[in-house]
Design a protein around this ligand. Structure first.
Ligand code: AMP
Ligand code: MG
Length: 355
């Protein structure tokens, strides 16, 4: 069982649960379902702030290939029942003990999102439970903030699907910089694929970078407070094809791409004057990136925290936790309106639990 102290839970939780804890408050259980891309995940949280389980099954594409949406969705359909069963059993509850179902409603790959949404609708409909659509980026950010104990951070969200800088203001996570084309995760994964690795390749490239002997100059593209990674990807792939060392290129990709991210993050930190800097998403597992961001935070007297590797990548826990926050402020969606959204900007999502 994973236990997290609910350090920064800003709101009260609705007393709609089925059990009483020692203080006499009712405990609410919720199920979160994640299926935006490669991962089908399910997690049970309770209203005392515990993440009771975080079960998952990850679709791994063949070597040298990216995620095939149809194949990934087939994987999710096959694994969904077992993963949800594992999450409920691990928490020691039955589906009828749940008080809500949260699902990742986007952004993500349509066929994959549809599996999670369909399963969530089916459970919600059968047990007559409130259904909560969670924005995947909100999920990444809220679980990282929970773990860090940060209440009002500047967040760098770096994953396969996102590269953006955000801080909360006037009821939403506002964006202070983002990628203009591909994400940092896609940069690493697509370069990895060109080198013959399976996606995701970020961890493999981090290992290879340690054996590098020299820095190779690559395009450094910052526009305003946004970044662009497509030019650096093309340049790195061309150099690889012309025989440059894979280790040197892996190192140079990291140094260049991460320096771009640090530049725009530092500008946003100086502008917003936040005292907490948080990095979330799968690429937060990279030690070099964290080292560079830590130096940025130090220069601005801000605390720095990276989400742990357990919650860095996609997982049901991030959806369950964000679902609980939404549930606490009555954010539900009627079954017939529970659509999925392949594109769904973070700064268009109301987050009343932080207002
Ligand atoms: P997510 O979309 O949040 O599941 O994150 C997946 C992304 O994180 C992929 O693009 C991975 O290549 C990347 N990633 C995972 N571990 C690392 C690492 N150690 N260094 C860099 N990128 C990583
Ligand atoms: Mg993600």
């Amino acid at each position: 069982m994973i236990f997290i102290e609910r350090i920064n839970q800003p709101n009260q939780i609705y007393p709609l649960g089925v059990e009483m804890n020692k203080t006499g408050k009712k405990i609410v259980y919720g199920l979160g379902i994640e299926s935006t891309a490669h991962t089908f995940g399910a997690s049970v949280v309770d209203s005392t702030g515990r993440i009771l389980t975080d079960a998952k099954s990850v679709y791994i594409p063949p070597q040298g290939s990216g995620i095939h949406p149809r194949e990934a969705s087939r994987h999710h359909s096959e694994k969904a029942a077992n993963v949800i069963d594992e999450a409920l059993r691990g928490a020691g509850i039955k589906a009828r003990d749940l008080s809500f179902i949260a699902y990742s409603a986007g952004p993500g790959l349509g066929p994959c999102l549809r599996v999670g949404a369909t399963v969530a609708r089916a459970i919600a409909s059968y047990f007559n439970l409130p259904l909560i659509p969670v924005n995947h980026a909100v999920g990444h950010i809220e679980i990282a903030a929970l773990e860090a104990g940060f209440s009002d951070p500047l967040v760098l969200l770096v994953s396969g699907g996102h590269t953006l800088i955000s801080a909360h203001s006037y009821g939403r996570w506002r964006i202070f910089g983002e990628t203009l084309d591909i994400t940092i995760g896609q940069l690493l994964d697509q370069f990895g694929r060109a080198a013959g690795f399976a996606s995701p390749a970020g961890r493999k490239l981090e290992e290879l970078a340690k054996a590098a002997e020299r820095y190779i100059s690559l395009p450094y593209t910052v526009k305003g407070n946004d970044v662009s990674f497509s030019g650096i990807l093309t340049a790195a792939k061309n150099m690889l094809a012309s025989g440059e060392s894979l280790e040197d290129l892996a190192y140079s990709l990291q140094e260049t791409g991460f320096a771009m991210l640090c530049e725009v993050t530092e500008r946003a930190l100086a502008f917003t004057e936040k005292s907490e800097l948080l990095v979330a998403g799968g690429v937060a597992a990279n030690r070099r990136l964290c080292e560079m961001l830590n130096a940025v935070a130090l220069r601005h007297n801000a605390k720095f925290c990276a989400v742990s590797s357990r919650f860095a990548g996609d997982c049901g826990a991030q959806i369950a936790w964000a679902g609980l926050l939404a549930f606490s402020t009555g954010v539900f969606i009627p079954l017939e309106k529970s659509v999925i959204r392949q594109s769904w900007r973070l700064d268009s999502v109301d987050t009343p639990w932080r207002s």
